[in-house]
Design a protein around this ligand. Structure first.
Ligand code: MN
Length: 308
């Protein structure tokens, strides 16, 4: 174990339950953003859901809604979701397959779990785009990483590089995103980029992240500086985690509803463009009405970031 890791402290971020809303409400566990930690690298939003029996919960039905200034990552452990967007994309989101949507200047999409789905289980993540690229053209990418053996575990690297594997999907800032499985009782030591901060979201297992125990649904945060990360699964069942990373995002952002901007005006303009039916195109094939934007608060929106 390196000196830097030995001295490092892991911050444990607990999830809060958030109902997704809509006629068939599903509840998600949100670990980012938090009051004291807005981003990990450019990762600015982390929702974790399931395993959710669709027969009880009704599954996922998110009507068309807009995004600007960010990318969305849909990553499933089980189930299947239909993605439709204003670029004309129709895609099935399936376990172990990256679906990366770039909102950039503006996109709209819908997400509905399919009738074939019995258990819905996965994460929904957002990436903040840097100032230079936040107005870029909308885009959609699909990629299926091959599993990589870790010795005591397995990794699926969907963004960035880890364990000798590199995702071919380009990002606007350096990023890491990977699903990691750790065998019962196993310890895995990963070489990591010392310039990156890391977040480990635990789905299952009792996992030590650099010596700090994380429970399922918790997100462990480790600051930059270390060149290895040691993970141990103390459970007698396999652990499943999602490792996120990137260099600290050096910009302050304003997040409101489905938008990321830099100023109040950015957000007001995007809201108005959505409500007047401009800028965000049209999602074809969704059965139902688009989501109306909520009212803006009467107090100015606050910028957040790791730059104080
Ligand atoms: Mn969305």
């Amino acid at each position: 174990m390196s000196e830097t890791q030995a001295g490092a402290t892991v911050e444990v971020l607990s999830a809060r339950d958030v109902p997704l809303g809509g006629p068939r409400a599903m509840t998600v566990r949100r670990t980012l953003p938090q009051r004291d930690r807005s981003l990990i690298g450019a990762w600015c939003f982390a929702d974790h859901y399931g395993p959710d029996n669709v027969a009880d919960s009704g599954g996922m039905d998110v009507a068309p809604h807009p995004h600007i200034g960010l990318q969305t990552v849909s990553w499933l452990f089980s189930g299947e979701i239909e993605h439709r967007d204003s670029l004309g994309t129709f895609a099935y989101v399936r376990p172990g397959e990256l679906n990366l949507m770039t909102g950039g200047h503006g996109i709209s999409h819908s997400e509905v779990s399919t009738e074939r789905t019995t258990m819905l289980h996965g994460v929904q993540l957002w990436v903040a785009l840097p100032e230079r690229h936040r107005d870029s053209a909308p885009d959609f990418r699909h990629y299926v990483p091959e599993p990589v053996a870790l010795g005591g575990g397995e990794a699926r690297v969907f963004l960035g590089s880890l364990a000798g594997d590199t995702s071919p999907v380009p990002t606007f800032t350096p990023l890491l995103g990977a699903e990691l499985h750790i065998a019962p009782g196993a310890t895995v030591t990963l070489a990591i980029d010392p310039a990156y901060e890391h977040g480990l979201l635990v789905d299952s297992g009792d996992v030590d992240m650099a010596g700090t125990r994380l429970r399922p649904a918790e997100l462990g945060y480790l600051g930059p500086g270390g060149d290895t990360l040691t993970l141990t699964n103390h459970a007698d069942t396999p652990a499943r985690t999602v490792l996120l990373g990137g260099p600290p995002f050096g910009e302050r952002i304003i997040m409101w509803w489905n938008f990321i901007g830099r100023t109040q005006e950015d957000i007001e303009q995007a809201r108005s463009d959505w409500m007047t039916g401009t800028r965000f195109g049209e999602v074809k094939g969704y059965d139902g009405e688009a989501l109306p934007a909520p009212e803006l608060p009467h107090v100015p929106l606050k910028a957040r970031g790791n730059v104080r």
